[in-house]
Design a protein around this ligand. Structure first.
Ligand SMILES: Nc1ncnc2c1ncn2[C@@H]1O[C@H](COP(=O)(O)OP(=O)(O)O)[C@@H](O)[C@H]1O
Ligand SMILES: [Mg+2]
Length: 256
């Protein structure tokens, strides 16, 4: 048991000598928000990692959690389709391909709202660090490429809290294919946009769909100001950049 603990500890990221106490920064919702929330009580930090499937989000978040926890910060992880309320039903609806675009969109929004109210806001109130594996931007981009009105989506996701930082891991679609094949030996139906009927060839559809998603993210970037991170570099190099930027966020400095 002791040896196992030691080997786990040895695998951990070396802790920083400094422990940063998060500084408070002004908080706001994108739009109407969630009623009854006292924004000035949300003292934790919300850090979002966005990017396509295979862009390295899970890899980076795992390293960030190890780093933050070894520096004494309690962390909470959230992601899409993880709410206890609707995650199972959402998966079933996706499998069956039975819901209309708008209904599916609202289903995802419900999953998001549930996690926002019951996990994210509570954790921030308790002063915890929340790491989100994707946020409203992926949901919006997926819907925009499927023809849903952007203004309608902006209004819907006006319930979302503005994060302290949003990092977008930028990786070329060709590299995403390589990584996804290496990991799963197959492409995912939805991540290939097969429901859009772009091409009967999944590989071809994947490249077209991911290119559409990249264009949409670029548009959203103008409104939401993500920090674009070059995701082609080695894992540790990317993580070092993320840590530097998160340290700035913790110190209450706006990111440049
Ligand atoms: N910077 C990187 N360079 C090369 N391969 C990477 C890098 N980051 C992650 N990978 C690999 O790519 C695959 C997808 O990474 P993962 O973190 O699961 O992505 P995501 O969570 O965004 O889908 C994994 O096999 C992972 O080991
Ligand atoms: Mg992942």
């Amino acid at each position: 048991m002791k040896a196992r603990l030691q080997s786990r500890a040895a695998r951990r990221v070396q802790p920083d000598t400094r422990v940063l106490i998060p500084r408070k920064s002004p908080r706001r919702f994108y739009g109407q928000g969630i009623p009854g929330v006292e924004l000035d009580k949300l003292i934790g930090k919300l850090i979002v990692v966005e990017g396509a499937d295979g862009s390295g989000r899970s890899t980076q978040i795992k390293l960030l959690v190890d780093w933050l926890e070894s520096a004494g910060h309690a962390t909470v992880q959230v992601g899409l389709k993880r709410s206890t309320l609707v995650a199972e039903e959402l998966e079933r609806a996706r499998q069956g391909n039975i819901l209309s675009r708008t209904t599916l969109s609202l289903f995802y929004a419900t999953d998001f709202a549930d996690q926002l109210e019951n996990i994210i806001l509570l954790a921030l109130r308790a002063g915890q660090m929340v790491l989100a594996d994707r946020y409203i931007y992926t949901l919006m981009a997926r819907d925009i490429v499927r023809g849903i009105d952007r203004k309608w989506l902006e209004n819907l996701y006006g319930m979302a809290l503005v994060p302290d930082a949003v990092f977008y891991l930028n990786v070329a679609p060709e590299e995403l294919v390589q990584r996804t094949f290496a990991k799963y030996s197959a492409l995912n139906y939805w991540e290939s946009g097969m429901d859009l009927g772009l091409s009967r060839d999944m590989f071809d559809s994947f490249l077209q769909y991911q290119a559409m998603m990249v264009r949409t993210f670029k548009e959203l970037q103008r409104t939401y100001g993500f920090h674009i991170i070059d995701g082609h570099r080695p894992v540790q190099e990317i993580n070092a950049e993320l840590r530097r930027k998160i340290e700035a966020v913790l110190a209450g400095h706006p990111l440049k």
